[in-house]
Design a protein around this ligand. Structure first.
Ligand SMILES: [Zn+2]
Ligand SMILES: [Zn+2]
Length: 269
């Protein structure tokens, strides 16, 4: 069972026009007793703060853009003792992978320094030749297409198989990697930040090519090619209010009937 804690891309949003799909930025949770496996640490991660039973937490970060890490400083498990937290990241920037947390918890941006965190924290560089095993869950990382890189994650156990492919731009050699990784999955969670028109600049005169995001049309293409059972539209544009996402779902369903738009609190099983 995987719970989507945050579905919104770029920045968190709130208000009556965002009630249906939610406003938290990306975070997903798979849990096994006192172990949590989390994918991305957008603002959605705060919802785990009230679950106080985890002892071990594995956080896979797709990349280090703000919307995927901005929940880390408010993640209360950092401030608890006898908690083991492992953060997995493929950092392609000049920052040393093990050091990015120092930059995040640093004055004048945040009042608590990383040295004052109470948990046992380990930062691990993602190895694309490895599988990560936790109980009956297996996690396999794949390189995606995004400025400075972003990882995709195949998440599966005996009950569910899902590819988490956010912050992915179509049109490179990574397309084939995605299709191969998504072969036969129950859920393809895919970056649909833009409508096809918006991607080309029809809405605001700004062409979004090279910004690292995609459209529902490519989500449909990849879902069909990989024979995914369901396509989950994800990383919703903060400009897209609920009724507009409803329209996108209708358009996407005409091309691939098993399309659903992700919402905060959605449970995949
Ligand atoms: Zn993002
Ligand atoms: Zn990004």
């Amino acid at each position: 069972m995987i719970t989507i804690l945050g579905s919104r891309g770029t920045i968190p949003v709130s208000g009556y026009e965002y009630v249906k799909y939610g406003g938290c930025t990306p975070s997903l949770l798979a849990r096994m007793d006192d172990v949590a496996i989390i994918f991305d640490a957008g603002t959605g991660i705060y919802k785990i703060n009230t679950i106080r039973s985890f002892k071990k937490i594995h956080i896979f970060l797709s990349h280090l853009h703000w919307d995927h890490i901005m929940g880390l400083p408010i993640f209360s498990y950092f401030y608890r003792e006898n908690i083991d937290i492992f953060i997995y990241v493929d950092d392609k920037n000049d920052l040393d992978t093990s050091n990015f947390i120092r930059y995040l918890f640093k004055e004048p941006f945040f009042p608590v320094s990383h040295e004052k965190l109470s948990c046992n924290l380990s930062i691990i560089k993602i190895d694309y030749d490895s599988k990560y095993l936790f109980g009956d869950y297996e996690i396999i990382p794949f390189p995606g297409c995004h400025p400075n890189g972003a990882s995709m994650f195949l998440i599966y156990n005996s009950k569910i198989k899902c590819l988490y492919a956010t912050d992915f731009e179509h049109g490179s050699d990574k397309d084939d990697i995605l299709v191969e990784a998504a072969k036969g999955v129950d859920y393809l969670i895919y970056d649909t930040t833009y409508t096809p028109d918006d991607f080309l600049g029809v809405r605001d005169g700004i062409n979004k090519k090279g910004w690292g995001h995609s459209t529902f049309e490519y989500g449909v293409k990849f879902a069909k090619k990989s024979k995914s059972k369901n396509l989950i539209l994800f990383h919703h544009n903060p400009d897209y209010v609920d009724c507009f996402i409803d329209e996108i779902v209708i358009m996407a369903k005409k091309q691939f009937s098993q399309t659903i738009a992700s919402y905060d609190g959605m449970v995949l099983q």
